[in-house]
Design a protein around this ligand. Structure first.
Ligand SMILES: [Zn+2]
Length: 109
């Protein structure tokens, strides 16, 4: 964990981390690692963003569709849990709508 902290310099400020912690505690009253059952976690100091793809054989970057998450790391065993910022109500409203929209499948021309 110390190594990760050195690489990622305060990408999520303390106020944001407190909001994330409060949201998780509201929704998950008893937070425990599913692997080692300890209850001590740290919030990874940076958001993780996936770019959903419509073809698993190739990667398209920069279409603007992203799936941002925050990661919680068990300080005992290193298990990583990711939580969607949209589901926690932590995205700006317009971005939350975009992430929740169901896009119709693309038909071949
Ligand atoms: Zn654990």
């Amino acid at each position: 964990m110390i190594h990760l902290r050195k690489i990622l310099k305060a990408m999520i400020n303390i106020e944001q981390k407190q909001i994330i912690q409060r949201k998780l505690q509201e929704r998950i009253p008893r937070f425990e690692c599913p692997m080692c059952h300890k209850q001590t976690f740290m919030i990874l100091d940076g958001y993780l963003t996936d770019t959903p793809q419509d073809d698993f054989r190739s990667i398209t970057i920069g279409r603007g569709e992203v799936f941002p998450t925050v990661a919680i790391v068990c300080v005992n065993c290193g298990y990583v849990a990711r939580f969607a910022l949209g589901a926690l109500g932590l995205l700006p409203e317009n971005q939350e709508q975009e992430n929740n929209e169901q896009k119709p499948p693309i038909e071949p021309a």
